[in-house]
Design a protein around this ligand. Sequence first.
Ligand code: ATR
Length: 260
Amino acid sequence: HSKSPKLHGHWIAKHSAHGLYTAIETPPGAFPQTVQILKKMGFAGVNVTLPHKEIALHRADTATDTARSIGAANTLRFLSTGDIHADNTDAYGFIENLYQSAPQWDPTQGPALVLGAGGAARAVLYALLQAKVPHIYLANRTADKAQTLADFFGDMVTVIPWNDRAKAPQPIHTLVNTTSLGMTGHADLHMDLRGLADHALVTDIVYTPLKTELLHNAEQQGYTTVDGLGMLLHQAIPGSKAWFGTDPIVDDDLRQIVLE
Ligand code: ATR
């Protein structure tokens, strides 16, 4: 179901680059062998998605600080030295999407509330801390998972109970849903938005549907909203640059093509 072949295919054609981007399924146990074969075949690198992101980092020869801090890699480059270099561009994709889609948003102006503690939440927390949010509240149905994640990032992250997610101790400036709630076929995220600051930004990493119930409600209440498709598009930029030598941008044309 990956949208990435369409996305990279568009950039390859637009920039007249020579290349091919294709989706390959590999069982978890075969991941290291698959990567070695692709390397031998002359691929420039790969994107890695669930459930391979952690092993991708651990099997790489070198990695960026970002990938190490997040503990997972989504972008591998096969270097001419024979080494495999790992990066994680999810945090970049998340934050660049917000900067491009909500240029007036200033993450430093107040605390953020992040819902969910899965793999995506880790990249989101990293990105928000890099963007200098003053504090992050984290709520997850399974409190232990939230605490483990919070402990990893230190005292900048405070866990609040899932059932009290609308009652963060301070007005929330940035609200991020990283849970699967709101996704087509899943339950909705029921979230009271009265704890948000005026002019708060609300974003969802779910992009099917594009306008989740959370984003719909936030928009109705006058908040700035950013959908999750942009994160997917922006996270692909560093890979396209590295593998195909393009200098791609995310625009409405690209959104339409990927959505078709
Ligand atoms: P990953 O991002 O690593 O794939 P996941 O297992 O798909 O993670 O889960 C994503 C997030 O959605 C998790 O935070 C999960 O909460 P739990 O840690 O408690 O499982 C959250 N989530 C999924 N279904 C949920 C539900 N019905 N209510 C509340 N949170 C839910």
